[in-house]
Design a protein around this ligand. Structure first.
Ligand code: SF4
Length: 373
């Protein structure tokens, strides 16, 4: 067995977030002026009448506080959260409660210098923008509205100038993967703090796009790890947790200690996956394990977010790597990785099935369980 395997063995509960998530995503609205080809939310132009009201939003913030300290970080997303006139009121209410807030707006002409200044005044710690291509032609094709690439570049400059940390999210599909090196070069000049590569899950409008193959994902991971020493920003993957297996294996082979690995950007995310460290509140208050795993587990209007997160049987199962079926359940990396539960669900209808994007096959189930025990 690889020397990386004991990573999951010595402190088996270290990567289990059973008391509180690290991140609460709140889809404030599904309204958005863009029409992205891969939109999870299947966004619409107008706000819906099922959205949480301002008062219900404030109660949701109280529920986030009820998790206790350290408080989870709140990501305000959509649709486009700028479509809600109470956005900055709610952001201020969150920061007043001690909750760290990030904002994921759509890059439209509504994202003005004044709006970005207001975000900063409301205490927004970071903002994210999506960039799915290195050129206007590529990006605007995905976003569905001409001019979005230019708007994104403009917004990136404004956010950086306002002193707000900027993350860029890039979709990884069969169509975008060859453009990633050019996208990386573009990002080097944008002053970002993090590049998050989101590996397509076939939900929402994204169901018509093609994922990369498992082998291609492994090659991509190797390239991303090669970039680490020359990159001025952190690189992470979303819905591709097996990046942690590849990264941990490489770092152990390079002689790094477990503690040193856990302090790296990839190590700080060990264990985090749909329902384990992540919870998603839909525009209508319905709670899901993540935005890409659309199984309703509760409703913040009728039950508390804390109870749903801690006790709903699906959340409990998603935090228990031993409950996973197939090779993910037998994998010695399950504690730090666990696979994308969202992809397992999208492909098989079972959120506890193996992640079909990972080509790794554990060789010895018994030995693997000994390491998890
Ligand atoms: S088999 Fe599953 S748990 Fe193991 S590395 Fe692959 S995705 Fe992760």
């Amino acid at each position: 067995m690889s020397s990386a395997l004991p990573l999951g063995s010595v402190r088996p509960t270290r990567y289990v977030f059973d008391r509180a998530p690290m991140l609460v995503y709140w889809e404030m609205t599904r309204a958005c002026p863009l029409a992205c080809r891969h939109c999870r939310a299947e966004a619409v132009l107008r706000r819906g009448d099922r959205e949480l009201t301002t008062a219900e939003g404030e109660r949701l913030l109280d529920q986030v506080v009820a998790f206790g300290r350290p408080l989870p970080h709140l990501v305000l997303t959509g649709g486009d959260p700028l479509q809600r006139p109470d956005l900055f009121h709610l952001a201020r209410e969150a920061t007043a409660r001690g909750i760290g807030v990030s904002l994921a707006p759509s890059a439209t002409e509504q994202l003005t210098p004044g709006v970005i200044a207001e975000a900063r005044q409301a205490g927004v710690a970071s903002m994210s923008l999506s960039l799915d291509g290195s050129t206007a032609g590529r990006h605007d094709t995905f976003r569905g509205v001409p001019g979005t690439f230019a708007a994104t570049m403009r917004a990136a400059d404004l956010i950086r100038a306002a002193g707000i940390a900027l993350q860029v999210n890039t979709l990884v599909t069969d169509e975008t993967v060859d453009d990633l090196p050019a996208t990386f070069e573009l990002l080097r000049g944008l002053g970002i703090v993090r590049w998050s590569l989101f590996f397509l899950i076939g939900v929402g409008r994204g169901a018509v796009l093609r994922e990369v193959t498992p082998i291609r994902s492994e090659r991509l991971f190797a390239w991303l790890l090669d970039l680490e020493p020359v990159s001025s920003f952190a690189i992470k993957t979303t819905e591709a947790t097996h990046y942690r297996r590849v990264a941990a294996t490489r770092m152990r082979r390079a002689g790094m200690s477990r503690d040193a690995i856990e302090r790296t950007p990839v190590g700080r995310g060990f264990g985090v996956r749909d329902g384990n460290g992540i919870v998603f509140v839909g525009h209508d208050g319905v709670v899901h394990p993540s935005g890409f795993l659309p199984i309703p587990c509760g409703d913040v209007r009728s039950a508390t977010l804390v109870d749903t997160y801690r006790t709903h049987p699906l959340f409990v199962a998603l935090r228990d790597a031993r409950s996973f079926d197939g090779k993910c359940g037998a994998c010695p990396y399950a504690l730090i990785c666990g696979g994308s539960r969202a992809r397992a669900y999208a492909r098989t209808g079972d959120p506890l099935a193996s992640d079909p994007l990972c080509p790794y096959v554990p060789s010895n189930r018994v030995a693997a369980w000994e390491r998890l025990a």
